[in-house]
Every structure is written in structure tokens, then in C-alpha cells.
Design a protein around this ligand. Structure first.
Ligand SMILES: [Zn+2]
Length: 120
């Protein structure tokens, strides 16, 4: 069984390693969407793979770290592409969520990265 939960945060960023002529070189903001995908067996008693409330508890501190901040200022996100944000989130929450199978980070409705813990 696979379950997903979506979260949102707003943040500013700029991409330091693109050419100066690239639009993402300039500071700008996005309404990011995170989707956590978990897979596992349905517990026969609870009926859950995992309680969504538990996911909120695990991701909450990270969301507070990201929301309405400049991502470039956060340790580990000096080059805050969606790829690097997905890896950053995965590395922080996977130890507490063994059923985590993917982290998706959407920068816009049409642009996202999906990380499943394999080699980045
Ligand atoms: Zn951007």
C-alpha cells in the first residue's frame, strides 16, 4: 500500500551556480509543495500504513525551518534546487520514517524533483 501526504511552504531562493543571465540567478520566491510517499503494510488494527498525524509531527520542524525563509541561508541548502531540497528533506526524515519511499518537491505546478534515496 502506498500513501501520500502533501505540504506547502513559501520561500525565497536564488541559484548561485547558474549563469548571471539565467532568471534563477536573481532572488525570487516560490510556493513549494512537498509530497511524502510512504509504502508498507496496512496495520490490521489501526487501518493505517502510518498515521498522517505522525507525518505532520515529523515534517513540522522542517517546514518551520523552510517556510518564509531564504533557502540559501539554510545549512545544506546553499544551492537550493528542487533536487537538493528533496535530498535534504529525505536525509533528515528517513531515519524516523522507515516506510518513506519518495520525497517530491514541486517548485511550480509543472516542475518537480522526486527522490527515493538512491544515488542522487
Ligand atoms: Zn526558483
Amino acid at each position: 500500500m502506498r500513501i501520500s501526504q502533501a505540504f506547502k511552504f513559501e520561500a525565497a531562493h536564488r541559484l548561485p551556480n547558474v549563469p548571471e543571465t539565467h532568471r534563477c540567478h536573481r532572488m525570487h520566491g516560490h510556493s513549494y509543495r512537498i509530497e511524502l510517499v510512504l509504502s508498507g503494510r496496512v496495520d490490521p488494527r489501526t487501518g493505517f500504513v502510518i498515521d498522517f498525524f505522525e507525518l505532520e509531527q515529523v515534517l513540522g520542524p522542517l517546514l518551520r525551518q523552510l517556510d518564509h525563509h531564504c533557502l540559501n541561508d539554510i545549512h545544506g541548502l546553499e544551492n537550493p534546487t528542487v533536487e537538493n531540497i528533496a535530498i535534504w528533506i529525505w536525509d533528515k526524515i528517513r531515519p524516523r520514517l522507515q516506510q518513506l519511499s519518495a520525497v517530491k518537491v514541486f517548485e511550480t505546478a509543472g516542475c518537480w524533483a522526486e527522490y527515493d534515496g538512491d544515488e542522487p
